[in-house]
Write a protein that binds this ligand. Structure first.
Ligand code: TRP
Length: 334
């Protein structure tokens, strides 16, 4: 049987935080195995949809690549590449654009949110400021996925709709021309959405409540000390249920350790002490990776070489599929 292909992309607009690590990076790296084939890539063409700051795109690409490598991704075992190094994806995007109705894109939630924002602001033109990049970005994502005939696509809940669009577009192509594309399936893990941020809401750049993954130790401690708690005194029994500290602890501790901390909550552990316990737990996991990260960040040429090697290894696949696709649609040598 052919190995299942797992593929996911990471948009290059920010600095990875603990939520990205727990929800996406750590599970993706542990999913790398001999029984499947993993494709993890830096989605830099997605990055420029909303971010028009070149230095930020460039810096984020480096930071995210260094993060994955520092967290233990083995580029010999998983395909690790940068979207823009695989130009076949761009060609496929155009061909798929021609297979995708505008109506399908009208239903995209990112587009609809922008329209709603314009409406709320009283804009006469509801498409005001909305680029074609934003409007058609599910097609680019479809090309990312179909280019390597991925079976499983691990994503956050907000991306499920895009995977469904990818299936629709693949079906349309397969039906119209030739069965070249695999229909992908979204994989949403429990963990993916759950990590809470400093204020107890989902950890997210847009809430400004994140803890950057590779913050220096002192800053990490400071941020953890800022996590919101209720005003219960030391010695008062505490509930774990809506405790962000407990919730974060759980993401890093073994089952046994979690049980022990539940006991401490019942006994009334002081919030200050719990913060220290949490800091030590997170830091124990992150510190060795942080050291690697800092080394990698100082060697951008090395990371560049890793990404180039990643692209070199997969381009024979993308070139072969694109050749079939072009042939199928009638773009052929005379
Ligand atoms: N749009 C995705 C996100 O914001 C990132 C992404 C781009 C992606 N291309 C992809 C995810 C292909 C999965 C497959 O999270």
């Amino acid at each position: 049987m052919k190995k299942q292909r797992i593929l996911t992309g990471i948009t290059t607009t920010g600095t990875p935080h603990l939520g990205n690590y727990v929800g996406a990076i750590r599970p993706a790296i542990s999913a790398v195995s001999n029984d499947s084939e993993s494709f993890y890539f830096l989605a830099d063409y997605h990055g420029i949809i909303k971010c028009h700051e070149p230095d930020r795109i460039h810096r984020s690409t480096l930071e995210i690549a260094a993060t994955w490598l520092a967290c233990g991704l083995d580029p010999a075992k998983a395909h690790f590449y940068r979207q823009s190094d695989v130009p076949e994806i761009m060609e496929l995007t155009w061909i798929l654009n021609c297979m995708c109705t505008k109506g399908l894109m009208n239903r995209g939630h990112a587009y609809k949110a922008s329209v709603a924002e314009n409406e709320a602001k009283g804009q006469a033109d509801l498409d005001h400021g909305i680029t074609m990049g934003l409007f058609s970005y599910p097609v680019l994502m479809t090309a990312d996925i179909l280019m390597f005939n991925a079976n499983k696509v691990p994503v956050g809940k907000d991306q499920i709709q895009h995977i469904e669009m990818a299936r629709d577009i693949a079906q349309k192509f397969n039906h119209t021309f030739s069965q070249l594309f695999t229909l992908p399936e979204a994989v949403v893990s429990e963990e993916t959405e759950l990590l809470q941020g400093l204020d107890g809401r989902k950890m997210s750049k847009s809430y400004n409540n994140t803890i950057p993954l590779f913050e220096p130790e002192k800053k990490l401690r400071k941020l953890i000390m800022k996590i919101q708690t209720n005003s219960q005194e030391p010695g008062e029994p505490k509930s774990t249920e809506d405790s962000t500290l407990y919730h974060l602890y759980k993401a890093f501790a073994t089952e046994q350790e979690v049980k022990a901390i539940e006991q401490r909550y019942a006994e009334g552990i002081a919030w200050g002490e719990m913060k220290q316990v949490l800091f030590e737990k997170i830091n124990a996991e992150v510190a060795p990776m942080r050291e690697k990260y800092e080394q990698l960040m100082a060697q951008p040429e090395y990371i560049e070489a890793v990404l180039q090697a990643g692209a070199d290894r997969i381009r024979p696949m993308s070139q072969a599929l694109l050749a079939e696709v072009r042939n199928a649609v009638g773009i052929r040598k005379l």
